[in-house]
Design a binder for this molecule. Structure first.
Ligand code: HEC
Length: 159
C-alpha cells in the first residue's frame, strides 16, 4: 500500500514535471552543423542525380522520376543559404571565393536551379527528350560550380 502510494506520488511528480517543464528553445544550428548539412545535401544530390541518370538511360517511365527530379529542384533552391558567412574558414571543401565573389557563386547556383526546374517540368510533362537534355545541363551546372568554388578532393595517401 505504502509502495503503491509512493509509486503514485512519483508518477504524479513526473507528470507535473513533464507538463510544467518548458522544453529548451531549439538552438540555432552551429556553423559546423550547417557545413555538415550542406555536405550531406550535396552527397544526396549526387545520389539523386545518379539515380535519375540510370532511370533515364534504362528507359524508365519519366513520370516515375518526377519526385526525385522535384527533390533536386528543391535542393537547388535551398542550397546556397547553407554557404552562410558563419561557415567561412571552417574545415570544408568550400573555396574562400564563395564569399569574396558572391555574385559569381550566386550565378552558378542559379544555373543549377534553372536546370533542375526544367528537369522537374520535363518529368511532369513526361517529355523524355527534354528530360535527357535537362539532365545533361544539370550535371554541367554541378561541375560548373565545383570547377570554380570547390577545392579538389584530398589526394589519396601515398603508400
Ligand atoms: C553553386 C555551387 C555548387 C553547385 C551548383 C553544386 N555544388 Fe556540390 N559542392 C559545392 C561546394 C562549394 C562543395 C564543398 C562543400 C563543403 O565541403 O562544405 C560541394 C560539395 C559537393 C560534394 C561532396 C559532398 C561531401 O560529402 O562532402 C558532392 C558529392 C557534390 N558537391 C555534388 C554535387 C552535385 C551532384 C551537384 C549538382 C546536382 C552539385 N554538387 C552542385 C558547390 C556546388
Amino acid at each position: 500500500m505504502k509502495a503503491a502510494r509512493i509509486a503514485m506520488a512519483t508518477a504524479l511528480a513526473v507528470t507535473s514535471w513533464a507538463v510544467f517543464a518548458k522544453p529548451a528553445a531549439p538552438a540555432a544550428p552551429a556553423p559546423q552543423d550547417i557545413v555538415a548539412a550542406r555536405e550531406a545535401g550535396m552527397a544526396m544530390s549526387a545520389a539523386t542525380l545518379g539515380a535519375l541518370k540510370a532511370g533515364s538511360a534504362n528507359g524508365a517511365p519519366i513520370k516515375g522520376l518526377g519526385f526525385a527530379a522535384g527533390a533536386l529542384d528543391k535542393w537547388a533552391k535551398a542550397m546556397p543559404a547553407l554557404f552562410a558567412p558563419s561557415t567561412r574558414g571552417l574545415p570544408s571543401r568550400a573555396k574562400p571565393e564563395i564569399w569574396t565573389d558572391p555574385a559569381g557563386f550566386a550565378a552558378k547556383a542559379a544555373a543549377l536551379a534553372s536546370a533542375t526546374k526544367t528537369l522537374s517540368a520535363a518529368a511532369r510533362a513526361e517529355d523524355k527528350d527534354a528530360f535527357a537534355t535537362a539532365l545533361a545541363s544539370t550535371g554541367a551546372a554541378c561541375k560548373g560550380c565545383h570547377d570554380s568554388f570547390q577545392t579538389p578532393p584530398p589526394a589519396p595517401k601515398a603508400g
